[in-house]
Write a protein that binds this ligand. Structure first.
Ligand SMILES: CC(C)(COP(=O)(O)OP(=O)(O)OC[C@H]1O[C@@H](n2cnc3c(N)ncnc32)[C@H](O)[C@@H]1OP(=O)(O)O)[C@@H](O)C(=O)NCCC(=O)NCCS
Length: 173
């Protein structure tokens, strides 16, 4: 597993009060609202964890939020479900991801996704889950994730999953 390298002017950190979240704008109102108003509170309540990439002035260039969740056995595609028990199953959730408009198109989104998946992989060595799942806001986001082998959950065109097996392969394990 190779460390994710961010360009020199950026550094990765856990979201914290001094980070300038109120001015974050990725062009998607729901994503902005999450980071500006809810991400830190949810983190303090231990409901989710948010990491940010920061400029030297502590502006947020991009972020992602991870959480844990469950999916029902019946929601998984047969090839993934066939060896699993028929009950609610643990998953890692990539709940939110965004890159500020002025930094889009320079590879930060891909790097953030790589870092988020590494975090999932590392956490999965201690707290096991069967897949990483996420909900896409729109078709563009879906194409962005599908480039990384995320696939649709049957009957849920905007809910994507990446099995833990595929995650391990992506991590070179
Ligand atoms: C989606 C988003 C995170 C991409 O960030 P980014 O920094 O611009 O992405 P990158 O520069 O790393 O692009 C990586 C690749 O994804 C592709 N890509 C980026 N945005 C895309 C989109 N909306 N649709 C399809 N492909 C996209 C790029 O073309 C590039 O592909 P390439 O390497 O083949 O050229 C960013 O546009 C964003 O924050 N959008 C608003 C919030 C959002 O939609 N979040 C995701 C849903 S929760």
């Amino acid at each position: 597993m190779k460390p994710v390298v961010f360009p020199g002017e950026f550094h990765l950190a856990t979201l914290d009060k001094p980070h300038r979240r109120k001015s974050f704008d990725c062009g998607e109102a729901a994503v902005n609202e999450w980071l500006r108003a809810r991400a830190l509170q949810n983190q303090e309540k231990r409901l989710s964890a948010t990491k940010v990439i920061l400029t030297e002035a502590l502006d947020i260039a991009g972020f992602y939020t991870l959480a844990t969740g469950q999916v029902d056995f019946g929601d998984l595609p047969p090839q993934l479900a066939k060896s699993l028990p028929r009950r609610a199953l643990p998953v890692a959730v990539l709940a939110w991801l965004g890159v500020a408009r002025k930094f889009q198109g320079h590879g930060l989104g891909d790097r953030l996704l790589a870092q988020a998946l590494q975090d999932c992989h590392v956490a999965g060595q201690t707290f096991a889950f069967v897949a990483v799942i996420l909900d896409c806001l729109h078709g563009g986001a879906k194409r962005f994730y599908q480039r990384w082998d995320f696939q649709e959950l049957p009957g849920h065109p905007y809910r994507l999953f990446l099995s833990s097996k595929t995650l391990s392969k992506l991590m070179g394990v």
